[in-house]
Design a protein around this ligand. Structure first.
Ligand code: SAH
Length: 259
């Protein structure tokens, strides 16, 4: 990191199922110009690939250090804030924000030492609804209504630019955020996802999901918990409730066999 460059070491750019190696290269270039350095690739179609290096125009270090993973969950491991991007507004009721607000959120979280992910979809289909639901915000760059889809690397460039502008404007000002609680830090995106998985198993076991659409119910439940900005201990408590519910169920089953 050069002197006076904002510290984006806690920010990762996540590209999901990119089909063209060229776009990975252009993304690396866009990132490097804005001072972003961490690239995570979820199931890229072609990587490593000479086309990526050709388009990176010297941003090779980012490609050399890029992490390749099998799932979005792996890419988001350890993140407290995940921002999903899309050219299209979705009927998901995930809170939406613009690139500037995304930059401000990114900066305030990194100032609190939180890991942040900026998540971008594939060229052909973008992020799926399930993938977007892993994110706390949907970031939409307000492009033309009649031609809204940016090239992947252009989207990274614009968000990276806003992040850089925000960081430069706020360099040296103390973070306007509550003191971090080191005993009870904010829950990570992956911890919340695991909790929701456990909750689904528990709700299924007690019969709550029978006759309902589990996908819809679980989406709503996921939204409730994303709005709540849970801490690690709160996640532990909720998981503890699920564990005890399953135990109670097993004990009822033991005392009333065949019931
Ligand atoms: N055909 C896809 C577009 C993919 S463009 C679709 O309909 O969703 C590749 C990626 O660039 C998108 O998944 C998103 O991450 C980003 N992107 C493109 N245009 C954007 C915009 N206007 N706002 C925010 N992100 C955008």
């Amino acid at each position: 990191m050069a002197q006076n460059d904002p510290d984006f070491s806690r920010v990762r750019v996540v590209l999901v199922e990119t089909s063209l190696a060229r776009n990975i290269g252009s993304t690396a270039r866009a990132m490097m110009t804005m001072g972003l350095s961490r690239l995570v690739l979820v199931r890229p179609a072609h990587f490593p690939d000479p086309d990526a290096y050709a388009l990176a125009s010297g941003a090779d270090a980012i490609l050399d250090q890029a992490q390749v993973v099998d799932s979005l969950d792996q890419a988001l491991a350890g993140c407290v804030l995940a921002l999903g991007t899309s050219a299209r507004r979705r009927e998901l009721r995930v809170p939406e924000c613009g690139a500037r607000e995304a930059a401000s959120l990114t900066w305030s979280h990194t100032q609190q030492q939180h890991e942040v992910a900026l998540v971008f979809g594939s060229e052909r289909v973008g992020l799926t609804n399930e993938q977007l639901l892993r994110c706390q915000y949907l970031v939409v760059i307000p492009t033309s209504a009649t031609f809204s889809s940016l090239n992947l690397a252009s989207a990274v460039q614009l968000i990276g630019y806003e992040c850089r502008m925000h960081a430069l404007a706020h360099a040296g000002t103390p973070p306007n955020a509550p003191e971090a609680d080191e005993w009870d830090p904010p829950a990570t995106v992956d911890a919340v996802a695991q909790m929701i998985q456990q909750m689904q198993t528990t709700l299924d076991a007690i019969g709550f999901l029978h006759g309902r659409s589990p996908v819809r119910i679980m989406r709503r439940i996921q939204r409730i918990y994303q709005r709540a900005s849970l801490t690690s201990r709160e996640v532990q408590i909720l998981r503890g409730i699920c564990t005890e519910t399953m135990r109670a169920l097993a004990s009822v089953a033991r005392s009333h066999p065949g019931a």
